[in-house]
Write a protein that binds this ligand. Sequence first.
Ligand SMILES: Cc1cc2nc3c(=O)[nH]c(=O)nc-3n(C[C@H](O)[C@H](O)[C@H](O)COP(=O)(O)OP(=O)(O)OC[C@H]3O[C@@H](n4cnc5c(N)ncnc54)[C@H](O)[C@@H]3O)c2cc1C
Length: 339
Amino acid sequence: MHIQENVSLKQYNTFGIDVKAAFFASISTVQELIELLSNNKYPDPFIIGGGSNMLLTQDIKRLVIHLNIKGKEIVDASFSDTEVLLKVAGGENWHDFVLYCVGNNLGGVENLSLIPGNVGTSPIQNIGAYGVELKDIFYECEVLHRTTQETRIFSIEECAFGYRDSVFKNKLKNEYVITSVTFRLTKKDHKIMIDYGAIVDTLSRKHIENPTLKDVSDAVIEIRQSKLPDPKKIGNSGSFFKNPIISQKEFDALRAAHPIAPYYPIGSDQIKVPAGWLIEQAGFKGKRYGNAGVHDKQALVLVNYGNASGQEIWNLAIKIQSEVKEKYNITIEPEVNVL
Ligand SMILES: Cc1cc2nc3c(=O)[nH]c(=O)nc-3n(C[C@H](O)[C@H](O)[C@H](O)COP(=O)(O)OP(=O)(O)OC[C@H]3O[C@@H](n4cnc5c(N)ncnc54)[C@H](O)[C@@H]3O)c2cc1C
């Protein structure tokens, strides 16, 4: 395994930010990962997967390990009458994995088509889209402890999945590297989910009455391509901010001042407010500030129009945060990892 020095990370993060890693290694086996994590010469290495959930604001003075472990294996073909268990290595690209499932008549992930990033990162924020979350098809994941290099399996209960949340973002943040994920997928009697977002409309426009896994995947791809900027063309990290969750009291104050504010009740005293709406109402949608900007179709997405530095994008994020706070008295927090 070759450790390079002074490597640009521009091609390794979807914002396309040109910062440097003091040391860099792309690893393709768990053994290589163990060797690097146990090498005292490189303390506290930073793991990078698809680089689609991070904003790099400065050079990384540590070792950056690019997780590139590949492989898929059916570990139980008759897990139940209708399901198989498929184990997928952490460095597999998420969308390639979805296409593999769709092509091999394995159901459950089709609504999660075109989400960037790696399979190994997917449990961290319990990725989700179009009515499906990772937890709906998750069986278990295998992890390596960063300091002891001990291997361990996490069950679905131990992962404590929530909305864009898991134990790996909270109690066990930065403790483990996820090296593989095992999925529970249908081999027949697929549960086609089309009642979310524009999927039904897209299918009916194509006169599809009994959609296959591929029909659903194609519809999701089409919808996402029409709404979200392609990171290969314009740098971005998807939704930059989380949707804030506020108390009933705070929500009453918001609605008194802004009666049309959209909302989603969650639980008895908590309300989720779409951050995209707050940002749009604060006047940022489609605005450009130098090389950084807010996407014109989706206000939650910050974009790099060319050679923005990470600091430029971060300055814009702070400006948005403070104006939303001033206007609505609501704090919006970044969903992406800011370094
Ligand atoms: C255009 C676009 C659209 C998006 N749409 C969605 C969406 O619909 N739904 C959704 O949920 N998300 C979405 N995202 C966010 C993103 O795709 C997910 O968060 C994805 O899981 C990130 O994976 P990654 O491999 O790129 O993570 P990275 O950015 O490489 O890493 C994220 C964090 O995880 C750590 N990490 C990376 N790999 C591992 C590992 N194997 N073990 C432990 N820690 C690790 C890193 O150190 C970093 O702190 C979108 C992003 C973009 C750019």
